[in-house]
Design a protein around this ligand. Structure first.
Ligand SMILES: [Zn+2]
Length: 376
């Protein structure tokens, strides 16, 4: 296939299903301009809408111990979200963190400074390491790109478990259009909640029964919890101007928070995975998605992004140490890990999956205006 890159952002044919119009502009850009931007209001209108939502959250929370639930990864979006929730909106969140065994020292520092300064209790869910290890190894052995699912799924499941356990109706989510309007293609990062796929991979390559690991099916959290129990997910950052560099400055100044070299690098596993494994084994560089989002929302120029992309996402000086660290932590040899790196590539369609059903669900959410853009 001929290599092509969008004339407006930096997405290219490494996203094999990308479509370009006659001006060479990709479908991520066109989807943003046609569907997302017209419905995105960060002015007075957004401010008023958000004020109304905050009013409801506080009123509903009066008789409860917590107003809302917030998962703190240590990354910039969730950290800034927590600052806003407490300082700007005056909410009383239950703050939790999922420790999947891969926290970087920087992430631990950032979580601690925030929670201390805001005088909050932190609820930490520690995932059973032997189960996590087994689950992650199963994904390595399967050969697919989405080996981040064991971490990802634990977070989603813990979130809904907390909401259920403490009867909390509102979930604050740091997800936002401003820095995430371009989505990772499905081929790069498949759905983290497709049990059909998870089970198929576990049956073939897993060895643990995983009795402690938190699972949550999409039917439970998207249908039962949302529609029967009325749990709502709110993304406050979408109702206001959210400029990443400003958020970083505020966090550094107010809390002594320290920035990461790249989005999602709060986890050592994700750093290795998104910085090295995905681009080098599959040619999928998630920075293209992140930078394209920033280009579309005016926070980075295309020239700047292209310049950054000339360098690899990992540090060639330290990658060997990093490689050995990951192998040792997973209790395998570096050679075994290298074997998974060079094995034939597999994708979500090589295993059982419910993509058709998930797509129908996504289309319904788009039709009723819950989701603006579809992951494809
Ligand atoms: Zn584009």
């Amino acid at each position: 296939m001929k290599y092509l890159i969008c004339s407006n952002c930096v997405m290219d044919t490494s996203d094999t299903r990308i479509v370009f119009d006659e001006k060479g502009v990709c479908d991520h850009c066109n989807d943003f301009y046609q569907n997302v931007k017209p419905n995105w209001h960060t002015d007075e209108r957004g401010k008023n809408e958000l004020a109304a939502i905050m009013g409801k959250i506080k009123k509903d929370g009066k008789k409860r111990d917590f107003d809302c639930l917030l998962g703190l990864s240590g990354g910039v979006d969730s950290s800034y979200m927590l600052h806003l929730a407490v300082k700007e909106f005056g909410l009383r969140p239950l703050v939790f963190h999922v420790d999947g065994g891969w926290n970087s020292e920087l992430a631990v520092h950032n979580i601690n400074v925030l929670v201390d300064k805001l005088e909050l209790d932190l609820y930490t869910e520690v995932i059973n390491w032997e189960e996590m290890r087994d689950f992650q190894l199963a994904f390595f052995k399967s050969g697919v790109p989405h080996i981040d699912i064991p971490q990802d799924h634990a977070f989603i499941a813990t979130l809904y478990n907390f909401s259920d356990m403490y009867n909390i109706k509102y979930i604050l989510n740091g997800g936002n259009i401003s820095t995430e309007c371009v989505r990772n293609p499905m081929e790069w990062l498949y759905y983290g909640t497709d049990f059909s796929q998870i089970n198929d991979i576990r049956e073939k390559y897993g060895t643990s029964k995983m009795e402690a690991y938190p699972f949550s099916s999409i039917f439970r959290h998207k249908l039962y919890l949302r529609y029967i129990r009325g749990v709502k997910v709110v993304k406050p950052l979408n109702y206001m101007p959210y400029i990443k560099s400003d958020a970083l400055k505020l966090l550094e100044k107010e809390y002594g928070w320290k920035p990461y070299p790249q989005k999602h690098f709060e986890s050592r596993f994700t750093k290795f995975y998104e910085g090295y494994w995905l681009p080098e084994r599959f040619g999928f560089d998630t920075r293209k998605v992140q930078y394209s989002s920033l280009i579309l929302t005016g926070q980075m120029t295309r020239v700047e992004a292209l310049k950054k992309l000339e360098k690899p996402a990992y540090d060639p000086e330290t990658i060997e140490d990093e490689f050995n660290y990951i192998a040792t932590k997973l209790k395998i040899t570096p050679d075994e890990l290298r074997g998974y790196f060079t094995m034939p590539k597999k994708y979500y369609w090589d295993y059982r999956n419910r993509k058709t059903l998930f797509n129908i669900g996504a289309k319904v959410l788009k039709a009723i205006g819950v989701e603006r853009s579809i992951k494809r």
